[in-house]
Unconditional design. Structure first.
Length: 280
């Protein structure tokens, strides 16, 4: 039996989706617009608080060295299949959109598209805040498990990484191995080596300690912890996030103040979500 709450969620989701679709322009002739509008049609959507995880998937190679564009349809339909599998169990994890765009690679050290010689498939599910936080967290883990286990033609793992400005899964599963998300980003073959190069370059122009004091936050304290410590900066306490008690954010897990190198980061009371990407 469908509850009134479920009916209201359904009506809201359909209304938002239809309104957004109807707002899309339908010009009779091709239109020239700014790059940001071409990549992200923004009209009205900036008023809606959403949950979203965007994966940057490298375009793999074919045996002859050319790009294998079948990854585009595979990633799309793998996501659709997972969304529908959830729906069959009566769980509606994605109530707004599934978006996809193709972009180039990058030679920027910390870019999630770094080293993608054929380009990058950027794909993301988007949900409203109506979706329960724990349902969304579980869905992100399941979807990342699919998107982060694609392989190149020679069997090597594609380096699929999340958009820094959006959400990450609470854990990363590669094959049979499970990783803490932050620790996975710190692995040498993922971002670790580039983090070292990044900090070495920064240290030539600025004091790393000054940068830490000026720009770091709870997330960056943990993400760059090995680099801060490499330059003699102590990041304390060691339990910046409590895995057992804190499902979201990066903090001490008990709602108290987090202090590192004399910086008071405030309290850590927030909705349960990915500990590696939602900052209080």
């Amino acid at each position: 039996e469908t509850s009134l709450q479920e009916c209201l969620k359904y009506i809201f989701s359909k209304t938002v989706s239809k309104t957004g679709h109807n707002a899309l322009p339908e010009p009779e002739e091709p239109a020239t617009t700014s790059l940001v509008e071409a990549l992200h049609f923004r009209r009205g959507f900036h008023y809606i608080a959403v949950r979203e995880m965007e994966m940057e998937i490298p375009i793999p190679s074919l045996p002859d060295g050319s790009a294998d564009w079948t990854i585009v349809s595979k990633a799309w339909w793998d996501a659709v299949d997972l969304i529908e599998d959830y729906e069959k169990r009566g769980i509606f994890a994605v109530d707004m959109a599934l978006e996809l765009r193709i972009m180039g690679g990058s030679d920027v050290l910390m870019a999630s598209q770094y080293g993608n010689k054929h380009g990058t498939l950027a794909i993301e599910p988007v949900s409203t805040r109506i979706v329960n936080a724990e349902i969304w967290e579980d869905f992100k883990v399941d979807l990342a498990k699919i998107w982060m286990n694609y392989h190149d033609f020679d069997g090597s793992l594609l380096k699929s990484r999340v958009h820094w400005a959006k959400e990450s899964p609470r854990e990363v599963n590669i094959g049979e191995e499970k990783y803490d998300t932050i620790e996975y980003w710190q692995r040498p073959e993922v971002y670790g080596e580039n983090m070292e190069k990044f900090f070495d370059i920064l240290s030539e122009y600025n004091s790393v300690e000054d940068m830490y004091s000026m720009f770091s936050n709870k997330y960056l304290d943990v993400l760059f912890k090995p680099q801060w410590e490499r330059f003699g900066i102590s990041v304390e306490p060691s339990n910046l996030f409590d895995k057992a008690n804190n499902g979201g954010g990066v903090g001490n897990g008990d709602g108290g103040h987090v202090i590192t190198n004399g910086k008071d980061h405030g309290t850590d009371q927030q909705e349960a979500s990915s500990k590696c990407c939602t900052i209080a």
